[in-house]
Design a protein around this ligand. Structure first.
Ligand SMILES: NC(=O)c1ccc[n+]([C@@H]2O[C@H](COP(=O)([O-])OP(=O)(O)OC[C@H]3O[C@@H](n4cnc5c(N)ncnc54)[C@H](OP(=O)(O)O)[C@@H]3O)[C@@H](O)[C@H]2O)c1
Length: 337
């Protein structure tokens, strides 16, 4: 009898403890879930009533993902928006959607393939000759790819670095001239992978395979972009042209689901599920960087989503500039910058 009472009391104690544990676990899960859903999966929405009438914005890769949302937003603010990427049919559809929704007819779709330097040259010439101004150059198109280009250079390096280098330099005179009357912004999209890598010339001529290979190569191309824009910032002293770099974070976008290699897609989906956001939330800090003139003071600066961040020391290594610029001229066929 005494034994049964003891057993009953013990059972009651454990039942109580179990309920207590369950309640505590549920409360912790609710707090973590709330934080995850509201602060990790979503973020702040940037609000500004700034208008951009009379300004011209060029967004490479403006037909999907964050570029497309930005193109729509800037068109609604009155800007003349030029979107440029490979698929002209798709870009024309997006152009029509933007015109319809924004009521702004100053939207243009152009074709450029950043894997092909001839296409970049043709595009830059056509843009330069047909557009009076370039107030915002958004080097937005970028990809995590596998394989090599016809130049014997890794595809990631060509799309995410060399073509941006070429396009920016081909349009630089236009931007410099114009900057006497009106300021110019250049914003290149990168990731924070640049922090974990370094590169040498042999990386550029190497295919990136394996699970992490393309991401590591992507970081190396980002780092090249960082060094290029820092060097450019030095050269642009005295001109009202501001070059900056922006990391949107982990963002689910159409391109990621469509173009990335199978392995890159798998890894990205897992990371983005855990700590990423949708393109709508991803483009909010991007929009702020474009619109907020107070950020112009960070010339050659890095914006890690909402925050201006100092560069890690290896990214500001000036001794790496000259060899990179020499290689970039050689690869793209430019005679000088
Ligand atoms: N999503 C992320 O998590 C994340 C993270 C860090 C950095 N970023 C960078 O942020 C930028 C925008 O990312 P997103 O995810 O919004 O873009 P996205 O949805 O993947 O779209 C990429 C765009 O680039 C264009 N494009 C791709 N290859 C091209 C080429 N060879 N020539 C010309 N255009 C090309 C595509 O259009 P076509 O197919 O018509 O050419 C498309 O408009 C990219 O530079 C990306 O690398 C993204």
């Amino acid at each position: 009898m005494r034994f049964n009472v003891f057993k009953f009391a013990l059972k009651g104690y454990f039942m109580q403890k179990m309920w207590f544990n369950l309640l505590v676990s549920a409360a912790i899960a609710a707090v973590v879930g709330y934080y995850w859903l509201n602060y990790v999966k979503k973020g702040p929405i940037y609000e500004s009533d700034k208008k951009l009438n009379g300004k011209t914005v060029l967004i490479t890769g403006g037909n999907c993902g964050m570029g497309r949302l930005l193109a729509m937003d800037l068109a609604k603010r009155g800007a003349r928006v030029v979107i440029a990427s490979r698929n002209l049919e798709k870009s024309n559809k997006v152009k029509d959607e933007i015109i319809k929704e924004s009521g702004n007819r100053e939207v243009r779709a152009m074709q450029v393939d950043l894997e092909d330097f001839d296409s970049v040259r043709k595009f830059a010439k056509e843009f330069d000759e047909s557009e009076k101004y370039l107030d915002y150059l958004l080097n937005n198109a970028g990809m995590v790819l596998e394989g090599m280009t016809k130049y014997g250079i890794n595809r990631i390096f060509v799309v995410n670095y060399f073509s941006r280098f070429l396009l920016t330099n081909l349009l630089l005179d236009k931007m410099k001239k114009q900057s006497a009357e009106r300021p110019v912004r250049i914003i290149n999209l990168i990731s924070d992978m640049y922090k974990y890598v370094d590169f040498d010339e042999s990386d550029m001529t190497r295919d990136s395979s394996g699970f992490m290979g393309p991401f590591i190569m992507y970081g190396k191309a980002d780092l090249a972009d960082v060094r290029f824009l820092q060097n450019l910032t030095r050269k642009l002293k005295g001109y009202d042209v501001t070059a900056q770099l922006f990391n949107p974070g982990y963002i689910m976008s159409e391109g990621l689901s469509t173009y990335y290699s199978f392995r890159a897609r798998m890894l990205s989906h897992v990371l983005i599920f855990l700590m990423g956001q949708d393109a709508y939330h991803g483009y909010q800090p991007y929009l702020k960087l474009v619109l907020d003139d107070s950020l112009v003071k960070h010339k050659g600066g890095f914006f890690n989503t909402w925050t201006h961040e100092e560069w890690l020391p290896h990214a500001t290594k000036e001794s790496a500039w000259e060899p990179l610029m020499r290689k970039s001229l050689e690869v793209t066929g430019l005679s000088s910058t």
